[in-house]
Design a protein around this ligand. Sequence first.
Ligand SMILES: Nc1ncnc2c1ncn2[C@@H]1O[C@H](COP(=O)(O)OP(=O)(O)OP(=O)(O)O)[C@@H](O)[C@H]1O
Length: 691
Amino acid sequence: MIIWKDLLKPISVFVGVDSTIRDLVQQFSVHHGEIAFVTDQELIVGYYTKELLLQQLAQSLNMEQLITYRNDILKVPQSSPIEFYHNASLIIGVNEKEEIVGYTSIEEARHTINELRLKDINLLLHGAGVGIVRTNVDYQIEFMNETAENILGISCTFLMHRNYKILLTNDKDIEKVMEGESIFSVNSSINFKQISGNFYPLKENGQITGLVHVFFAKEVFEEAVRELDFVRNLNSDLKAVYASSQEQILVIDNRGTIIRVAGSFLQNLWKVDSAEEVIGKNIAEFITRKVFQPNVFELCQKQKKKVTAIQESDGGDRFWSVATPVYYEGKLEKVVVLSRDITPRSPSLKADSLDEADLSLHNRFEITDKDKRLIYRSKKMEQLVKEIRRVAQFQSTVLLKGESGVGKEVFAQQIHAASPRRKQPFVRINCGAIPDSLIESELFGYEQGSFTGADKKGKAGLFEAANNGTLFLDEIGELPLNMQVKLLRVLQEKEITRIGGVRPIPVNVRIITATNRDLREMVMQGTFREDLYYRLYVIPFRIPALRDRKEDILPLSIYFLEEFTEKYQIRKSFTPEAIEVLETYSWPGNVRELQNIVERLILLTEGEWIQREHVLNYLYGELEVKNRPLFVLELMPLKDAVEEVEAQLIEKGMREYPTADHLSKVLGVSPATLSRRIKKLKLERRVNPHV
Ligand SMILES: Nc1ncnc2c1ncn2[C@@H]1O[C@H](COP(=O)(O)OP(=O)(O)OP(=O)(O)O)[C@@H](O)[C@H]1O
């Protein structure tokens, strides 16, 4: 903006109000100014110009006559913007103290302003980055800017007044421009230069006076189009990414107004059908109406950093939300919130009527993890649960396949709990953990005095214990061949005979088996009976590995976190980056490994936050962590501790390795030592508490 100060000139000539023409001539000859200011007792009362002097002298050459000055003067603050007044020809500028700092004539001011505007337009035209050529109605070039000269590579002096239409070769007829039409996207060439641009008619008082051609060098234009295409593609890619995102992406402005919702819209968080219904609303409104809690926007605004929180809707649905503040020039501009639904799809397969009293009737054989919940969000698991729920109603034999730790036992329990047998016993036996010599008596029981060391009174086996209920044979692939024959017979005849007994006992047991081995392959190798295989392979289910259902990792992690923080009375949370690491790990040990890692992270990390680095260390292991896979949680006598570690190692090995030979190799001891240690530590009993 131009102000008066920019135009003011210093005042150099002052004359008194009673000065004569002679005085004026003397003053002008000394000071060379164009204007003399007339003062009366130090106040400016008017002005006198050389022009007035000549006019007065033309009327009378009397040098002693008094001057007739003019007084159409206006006083303005020097910092005020320029305005033009009708009643004044001269402007005097004053500063804040009302002191006169300079003057200008209105005419001069108009002239200067016009010059400045013209300079601006020229700068604009020349610096516009586009070529501009103007012609008259005969196509003669009358103006071209510097960019046009540069693009065409010909100087303005050479082109001026030449016929532009003849010089240019256009792919469209530009004659219509002179009829008032604008023509767009015209490809032209001149002097071997390819250009692209638009032609517009120029009008003055409704009359066409020529045309203006606005253009780019073609390669620049094409580059711009490519960039535009790139941005357009990027935009549609981003939209696709947002749309396929499992997360809800929320953008909130600094006052809490929701300005954008992308990704998966979480209907059960907002309790409305579509994103349009929340856009434009303030997030606080939903908190006041208790639609969900807490307000992550507010937390983020207060803490001035990224926050994570579990938001809970009034219907009990749960959402893992990460709110990130976005700053612009030091001020909070927006908050972006990523949210994921972590509500388990189905809390449990257990029937509501199943209560603890029913289960406790079956003391020894009850489901030990009564409250164990099945946590999942993935579609794969949802489908599996649906099928399992249907099958649970029937008596059919179910085979659960899947890697170690995927949750086969949890599923077996859930099938039982959802079946009509739910009030009857659920009995589990790990076929891989019981020595071959004991497995028969374990399964079928024995009569009194049937073998040395046996209970005097005889004992019922697990089949009898599971009568009318469910028998879960875990790690069925580890069942010795001779036991496979016997199992097959029981399945066919639905009766067992205790060891040393003669009387067949009818049993009504639903069989669920599980394995992490390839039974088919074992059949081919002759280590698993084909007839038993077909007997068990009635309804097979494969429980997917955790790495194949990554959507379950977050809800499972939060579930275990809450379980352990409650158990150990510790306050801890995951940072979003920590969750990212958990989600990208391959989990060879599946859910069991995740459960163990979460427990370790809770107990062994310092501070309230479980950070990315902690998880990386525990999963991929820094040397220190790798070398210390055992963790001491409480003090105990050294001898007991060593024995406990030894027992746990062997116990774990017995579950994972089919033969003593194999296990002894893994543990780095001879088979004889292993067998001695098993006896000494009474591990047969520990592996199977029912012995
Ligand atoms: N979906 C799930 N929700 C909650 N906990 C689970 C889930 N899946 C597995 N777990 C937990 O993970 C641990 C391992 O599960 P489980 O023992 O059922 O696996 P598995 O497949 O039978 O393993 P293995 O083949 O080694 O016997 C258990 O503590 C179980 O409670």
